[in-house]
Design a binder for this molecule. Sequence first.
Ligand code: ZN
Length: 342
Amino acid sequence: MSKSSPKKSSSPKSRAGQSKAGATPSVRISLPLLGGALLGLVGVILTLWWIVNRRPVFDGESAYTYLVKQCEFGARAPNSAGHKACKNFLVSELKKLCDRVSEQPFTYTDRRDTGLVFQAVNIVGSFKPEAQQRILLCAHWDTRPVADRDSLPANRTKPILGANDGASGVAALLEIARCLKQRAPAVGVDIVFFDLEDMGENRVAGSEDTSKTTPFCIGSEKFAEMNPVYRPIYGVLLDMIGDKDLRIPQEAISSINAPRLVEKVWKAASDVGATAFVKVRGDTVGDDHLPFLRRNIAVIDLIDFDYPYWHTLADTPDKCSAKSLEQVGRVLLHLLYTEPVP
Ligand code: ZN
């Protein structure tokens, strides 16, 4: 033994760790240290899992900003400057968020005045465009050219701003796109903005001759015609879902033609506590879901038709709320993220 041997005696732990001459050195790790390291590792794994799997949250305020932004273009009636500017905005926003964006232009010739041709476009933003199993989310982006239900006769030839009737559904879907950009669901998703929904003339009671009247839902009919092989597993249409006093009953045509989908959506609403969704039969509404139902594609219409400012100049952003948009958006996100992996 040399003189340089430590004077102080080693602790039992360090002594036990010393190797004998010629034996393989062994490393002793303190159990508390090992436990701490393991716990830390589990924490890191859980944090990574949470980051990868957490669901983005639908932000009602963000959706409301999208609603206001559309209204800042003014009325978006076909062939107007507001229509063109808003179309450019929607395409540019979707391009920031979706995997693929396409414009599907078409024209519509007035039935009475064949010299009057409307330049229109349906806008499609897709997530996972390669996925076979797809869900359609849609809304109309045009606004009505005439406020024909306004209480003041002088206003009835003016175009509406369409904060609720037009901008609300689109706003919710842009916010959905912002969420899907953060995390794509297992299924493919197509967000479609239909043009020319709201130019229709209300038929005079008793008159069946529609050959000279302008129909509603021109853009969605055109979309179904132009995409004959498109078969989403189901679709949800949003229309007038921004009302501050939101109450969404089960639209009658949807309930009759796609009862299981209605049930599924109301179950999702119950899961997320969206109390605006009420389980009562609503009105029959001719809307953009009809061209799909006629082709046996289940698409339902989420609509609060009890809106006193409908087709009047008073359909402005102050009649809408972030909270209402948020309820609908959270239901849709819940649906998308709980769809089984195809
Ligand atoms: Zn309308």
